[in-house]
Design a protein around this ligand. Structure first.
Ligand code: DGP
Length: 143
């Protein structure tokens, strides 16, 4: 499969679809997953148009990892998580449903099961409030 410019995340990157953004820079964008598996579930994408790991430019990949580390720290603190799970799927057989490379940042708690992957849509007001908590953590001096 070759990269499809009309995938949902490409449209979000071009500003054609809205997303609840928590962080952006020249190379990456981080926004709330609309079908969170846990409160605070965030996605990080490169601006670089890669479908998956196999066509990802490694400079773009390094920028994604930098943003993942930054945002994961903020999510862990903002949601008082016991741990942070990163997920990244390549191909439908692996569970990928949106064909623009992305990394999931998912807060985890001892003995708390996750909601289903691509399950229920979260209310937009809830996502806005959660994003605000992450942005506030990112803005904290020294964070
Ligand atoms: P996957 O490709 O399987 O790694 O999952 C894609 C994720 O993207 C899934 O957790 C649900 C989420 N998602 C799907 N459509 C949208 C959307 O329009 N906006 C946002 N913010 N997230 C989406």
């Amino acid at each position: 499969m070759s990269y499809d410019n009309n995938n949902i995340f490409a449209k979000i990157l071009r500003g054609e679809l809205s997303a609840v953004t928590v962080y952006e820079d020249d190379a990456t964008l981080a926004f709330m997953d609309v079908m969170p598996q846990s409160p605070g579930h965030t996605l990080v994408v490169p601006r670089y148009p890669a479908e998956n790991l196999f066509d990802l430019d490694l400079t773009a990949g390094a920028a994604v990892l930098r943003t993942v580390q930054l945002v994961a720290r903020a999510v862990k603190t903002a949601f008082n998580a016991d741990g942070i799970m990163l997920n990244q799927f390549n191909g439908p057989a692996a569970g990928q449903t949106v064909f623009h490379f992305h990394i999931h940042i998912v807060p985890r708690y001892e003995n708390v099961p996750l909601r289903r992957h691509t399950g229920d849509m979260e209310d937009s007001a809830v996502l806005q409030e959660q994003a605000q908590r992450i942005r506030a953590e990112l803005a904290r001096p020294g964070a």
